[in-house]
Structure formats: C-alpha cells, structure tokens
Design a protein around this ligand. Sequence first.
Ligand code: ZN
Ligand code: ZN
Length: 337
Amino acid sequence: MSVLRQDVSTNEWVIIATERAKRPHQFVKTRDDTPNDTETGTFCPFCPGNETAEPEVLAFRNEGPPDSPGWWVRVLRNKFAALNPNGTTAHLWEQGFFPYMEGVGVHEVIVETPEHHTSLALMTTHQVAEILFAYRLRFRELRQSKAWKAIVIFKNHGERAGTSLRHPHSQLVATPIVPHDTRLKHAVAEQHYDNRGTCLYCEILHHEMAAKIRLVDQSPSFAAFHPFASRLPFETWIMPLRHKASFGNIGDEELHDFAAILHRQLRKLHFALNDPDYNFVLHTAPLEDEDKDYYLWHLQILPRLTTIAGFELGSGIYINTALPEETAVFIRETSSV
Ligand SMILES: [Zn+2]
Ligand SMILES: [Zn+2]
C-alpha cells in the first residue's frame, strides 16, 4: 500500500509508492543505466496476444471475450499503481503533526492502439477520437464514487517525458484529495470570478483569439494557442469555445472536434520538431466543482525540449528560451498532413 504524505510547508501531497519501492542503495547512479526499451525484444504487456498479463477495465472490440485480442483501445489497472482503490480516505496524523492518508485512488493505463511502433501523431484522427471516448467513459464511471476528489488524465511520450514503455499509452489517476496545482488554478479562477464576474479561462481564450498572434489553430468548437507566459518552448493549450468546467460533460460532437484539433497539433509538433518528447495534461474541475461557472476544462501539451533545472525547481520560475509569438508562426506554417 502506498501512502500520501502532505508537506506542511506548502500543503502539497506526495505519494510514497511502496509497491515500486527501491532500497536506498538502488538509487546509486550506475554508468550503464540503460532504459527499459521494449525494442530489444523484452515482453510488452500492452501488445495483442499478451492480454492475460493485465486484466482489462474497458476495451473497444467488435467481438470476443474480455482479455482477448481484437480490441482497438484497452484500459487496464496500472500494474505498478501509485494509488490503489482499497483503503480509507480518512486523514491521519503522524506524531499528531505530519498529515498523511492511505494511498487510495485509481491508477489506470489507456493502451491507445494494438500497434507497438506508432504514436498518437501517426494514428488516424478516428483512432484519437476512440481514445478520447475511452477517457470520457472512464471519467464518467470514476466520478460516481464519492471517494475521489479529482481525476487527472495525462500522457508521457518519450523518455524525457518520463515513459519507460514505448507502446503508445496514456494514464488516468483518480485521487482522494484535490491536487495542489488544480487547487491553485481553481483558486485563481474563483477569485477572478468574484472580482469581475467572468470566467478567467473564457477571457484568456477571447483575448488570444482577438490578438491572433499566438493562435495556432481554430475549429468549430476549439481553439489552440501558445500561451502568453509559456513556460516551455512550443507549450500549447487547447480550449473549448463552449464553457464547461468538466471534461466529463462534453458531448459526442465536441469530442470528435477535440480529437481533430489535438491530432492536428500533435502532428504539427511531430513534423516540425522531429517527434519531440512531450507530456500532455487534461485540466478539469475538481469533481465537486463540475457545475461551477468559473473554471473551463482544457488540455496542455508540454514539449520536453529543454531540461527543468535548479532554478525552476528552486523558484517555480521557468526560463523559456523561445518566444511564443515566434513558435506560433512556426507551427502555423507547418503542415499537419
Ligand atoms: Zn507493445
Ligand atoms: Zn468559461
């Protein structure tokens, strides 16, 4: 069982994942620290034929029993889950001072395709939409539990983004607390709403669409831009034009449109920067605030072209060596086909 410990100096929660525990000496740096690369012929738990390695939570297939081939999207419990569903969500205190909780939550893997050697950028838009449908299905299922306070959906593409498995996959984590970053973004948006009576994110979108200089894409229900204060080169935000606090509440047509713009932006990054490593994170309201007016769900693509170093870790201030107005032009001029 992992455990959630809270840093009382920042209120941030940390997951101490004992399932994948390493002994202190295992952190000693070795010279031949070769990454876990499935291309060298090691077993891939996500490839068709290996379904029994991990029982599925959800799969899209025309026919056939669960945990058999024939699927095109498959969702599994993460074998090395950071959080596990069993346990209590009670807050506890060590020595009456240090706050902690049992490591309860849900940690799932969305296997995006049966094909081992591909990526989101190289799939069809239809397949990207199927993946997003799987996200929404799992989101809607998990939000029914009162135990979970937030759902984080994210992707790590490439080693610099933190993935050790090459087979295309994304992840979903349902947490028993509202994560610090979500809380902070929410608090800022709520304050803006109190002061001005408007949704901060819809206003950001409105201003980016009016200015046009950082805008990289627009569709019937979405827009994509490189934000004014981009932390990373080619940081890209995709926002819905219709106000909704929660990703879980978007309709089918919007989901298809979301797939199209996300796919287009990932293809452009792929072609413009030669398949860069990246993370993407879907930001959505905490589950108890899904019907509030002051937050807008959105997706952030964070290319990992530079290293986050001491200054960023020590100050929270990112040094970005690229101008979003210039990267936006570069992406606009890159073909997605
Ligand atoms: Zn594979
Ligand atoms: Zn809004």
